[in-house]
Design a protein around this ligand. Structure first.
Ligand SMILES: [Cu+2]
Length: 148
């Protein structure tokens, strides 16, 4: 009986302890958006996808406040930098895939002009198996320092 109680207590505390004891599940965090310096130009979104126990495939990242969004990867060859659209991004099990400046990002076209620093901004992350994850993003202006 004492063992059962102890196990029950550990289960209750597990979410607080965190770290490597916690079973991973597919999730997204650290989402932020940098608005364009010039009105009408696309904004860029960044975040980290945390792979769960099984591989997943990210197929779109959308938001109500942009007319169109595309996943892109910035490729730099020498002094040349160009963006390639990504139709899907594989998220291996138990692996973090970061979308960050200079690499993968979500290009946001025709963002609602009412969106400013600190505005409410929600991304919907859609995966090939039908999973959808909604996450709020922090919105910053073009010249603001990025998070961290
Ligand atoms: Cu882009």
């Amino acid at each position: 009986m004492r063992i059962v109680l102890a196990l029950g207590l550990m289960a209750a505390l597990a979410p607080l302890l965190g770290g490597c004891e916690k079973p991973r599940e597919l999730s997204v965090d650290g989402a932020w958006v940098r608005l364009a310096a010039v009105p009408g130009r696309p904004a860029a979104g960044y975040f980290t996808v945390h792979g769960g126990p099984a591989p997943a495939t990210l197929i779109s990242v959308t938001t109500d406040v942009a007319i169109k969004s595309e996943m892109h990867e910035t490729m730099t060859k020498g002094s040349m930098s160009q963006m390639t659209p990504l139709q899907r991004v594989e998220i291996p099990a138990n692996t973090d895939i970061a979308f960050k400046p200079g690499g993968r990002h979500v290009m946001l076209f025709s963002v609602n002009p009412g969106i400013k620093r600190g505005s409410e901004f929600t991304f919907t992350f859609s995966f090939a198996d039908g999973t959808r994850i909604l996450r709020n993003a922090d919105v910053i202006e073009a010249g603001d320092p990025g998070p961290k």
